[in-house]
Write a protein that binds this ligand. Structure first.
Ligand code: ATP
Ligand code: PRP
Ligand code: NIO
Length: 482
């Protein structure tokens, strides 16, 4: 089975809707959908957008092959043969606008807008959300970890605990976008050009006659890349002293012991003691790697206790986004093309947070020219422009009396056309470029919005026109229903 052939990686109701639209002759009608999420993960103040690369690869390869057609025929006998015939000709012909991977994003702003035929636009909902939700979650968790680790090196160690292979691979990539430096997963390294790193496991020590014999054997085999796991028996009484012996031997050969790894016990205390012992033994260059159920909270606590850790190996809690295991991104119809005119649509809900914001929108980031910091994100209709606007009113879309005016600002458009006429319109960016772009983005925001604990809510505002349209449609629909 080709794991990359993902056409049927969709919910059955999408194909049912395609069929019903086709049967009713509506399948060529053009619609616009937007993907966004409503609540930040990890009780944080932001998310880091990721998943676009996989979405674009998916859209480019979207075809129904004969085995898909045969399977659909078998699953639903009511599908006409002509419909199945039409699927044979299918390819995704819509247009996709998206923010760039690595962008810092906020609730209720359109991250991706898809415009296309009813025949294709629903089909892709499931996979787009699947990729966006998972990868955004992992990139966000990684960014939170990066925020506390500062200049420490971050290694992604999660594959063994990930929710299966794709999650491990694309999760490793998302972690790098969020600020990780390397992964232990060689396939992720090969596919995405991520640097790979590895130490050794307890089994290697257990398997040898003595811990020292294990360390020596490892150092003989890989003298240029020796990082020794020192906690199999007793970290300070045997692990570190044995590592020091090997460090001295390597030095005699003109080589260096790269590091030791601590994987249990009190990592603050053990790292301080190990650092002291290594320094006293004349091995200040040997780095200390720590692992064991780490996340942003333990790393911050360890640093506040004066831990002397240079490199952090982070697995389970990163790759499974353990404290916030799903991002609730949604994909909603925002406009219909009728004749030459785009008509905005709304979804009303008893829960005000679930009322959609109608119309095809652009996402602008308003940057204060004096401070260089972002003031707010601003959603406006795609036909609107901020050209020549000197004074912009920003108001809270719920409590509209809360407002301010910004004058000396730059409005940075965050959406770009990424897919058109059956192919991607931009080359796949290098991963280190996305990582650098994300890091640079972080500097745009006041720390109040970025801090991990109890951040302030960053403003995401609507233009007057978008807000008026929303209120008009709410009034029309509530009148109709009442
Ligand atoms: N000084 C410290 N302050 C706060 N948390 C720490 C400190 N040292 C270690 N930790 C964290 O505490 C947890 C310890 O977990 P646990 O008790 O399962 O490990 P352990 O007993 O040290 O090792 P093992 O993996 O052998 O069970 C880990 O998440 C670890 O990262
Ligand atoms: O703790 P994580 O953040 O998930 O990082 C990955 C863990 O995987 C390895 O452990 P292993 O599979 O040997 O299990 P154990 O150390 O938990 O016993 C390694 O020694 C790390 O402890
Ligand atoms: O290289 C390591 O030390 C490593 C890799 C994966 C998981 N745990 C540790």
């Amino acid at each position: 089975m080709d794991q990359n052939h993902l056409t049927l990686h969709t919910d059955k109701y999408q194909i049912n809707m395609m069929y019903a639209h086709w049967k009713n002759g509506n399948h060529h009608k053009i619609r616009a959908f937007e993907a966004y999420y409503r609540k930040n993960p990890f009780q944080g103040g932001y998310a880091v957008f990721a998943g676009l690369e996989r979405i674009l690869q998916y859209l480019e390869g979207l075809r129904f092959d004969e085995s898909d057609i045969a399977y659909l025929r078998e699953q639903e006998e009511q599908y006409d043969e002509e419909f199945l015939q039409e699927l044979r000709q299918f390819s995704f012909t819509g247009e996709v606008y998206s923010v760039k991977e690595g962008t810092i994003v906020f609730p209720n702003e359109p991250l991706i807008r898809v415009e296309g035929r009813l025949f294709e636009i629903q089909l892709v909902e499931t996979a787009i959300l699947n990729f966006m939700n998972y990868q955004t979650l992992i990139a966000t968790k990684a960014a939170r970890i990066k925020q506390v680790a500062n200049d420490g090196i971050l290694l992604e160690f999660g594959t063994r605990r990930a929710q299966e292979a794709s999650a491990a691979l694309w999760g490793a990539r998302a972690a790098v976008i969020g600020g990780f430096d390397a992964t232990s997963n060689l396939l992720a390294g090969k596919l995405f050009g991520i640097p790979t790193k590895g130490t050794h496991a307890h089994a290697f020590v257990q398997d040898a006659r003595t811990e020292l014999a294990a360390f020596e054997a490892y150092a003989n085999a890989l003298p240029d890349h020796v990082t020794l796991l020192v906690d199999t028996y007793d970290t300070l009484k045997s692990g570190v002293p044995n590592a020091i012996k090997v460090g001295h031997k390597l030095k005699e050969q003109g080589k260096t012991l790269r590091g030791i790894r601590l994987d249990s016990g009190d990592l603050a205390y053990l790292s301080r003691e190990a650092r002291r012992m290594l320094d006293e033994a004349g091995l200040p260059e040997v780095k200390i790697v720590a692992s064991n159920d780490l996340d942003e909270y333990t790393i911050q606590s360890l640093l506040s206790q004066g831990a002397r850790i240079d490199t952090w190996g982070v697995g389970t809690k990163l790759i499974t986004a353990q404290d916030s295991p799903s991002l609730g991104g949604v994909y909603k119809l925002v406009a219909k093309l009728e004749g030459n005119e785009w008509v905005p649509t709304i979804k009303i809900s008893g829960n005000p947070e679930k009322v959609t914001t109608p119309g095809r929108k652009q996402l602008m980031r308003i940057i204060n020219r004096h401070s260089g910091r972002a003031e707010a994100d601003y959603l406006m209709d795609v036909e609107e422009s901020l050209e020549g606007v000197e004074k912009l009113k920003l108001f809270d879309p719920i409590h509209t009396y809360l407002h301010k005016f910004v004058t000396d600002f730059d409005a940075v458009p965050l959406h770009e056309l990424v897919f058109s006429k059956g192919e991607r319109t931009t080359a796949a960016p290098a991963l280190d470029e996305l990582r650098a772009y994300h890091a640079e983005q972080k500097g745009l925001f006041w720390n109040e919005y970025m801090r991990n604990l109890n951040p302030e809510r960053y403003p995401v505002d609507l233009s007057q026109q978008v807000w008026d349209t929303k209120m008009k449609l709410i009034a029309e629909h509530t009148k109709k229903e009442g």
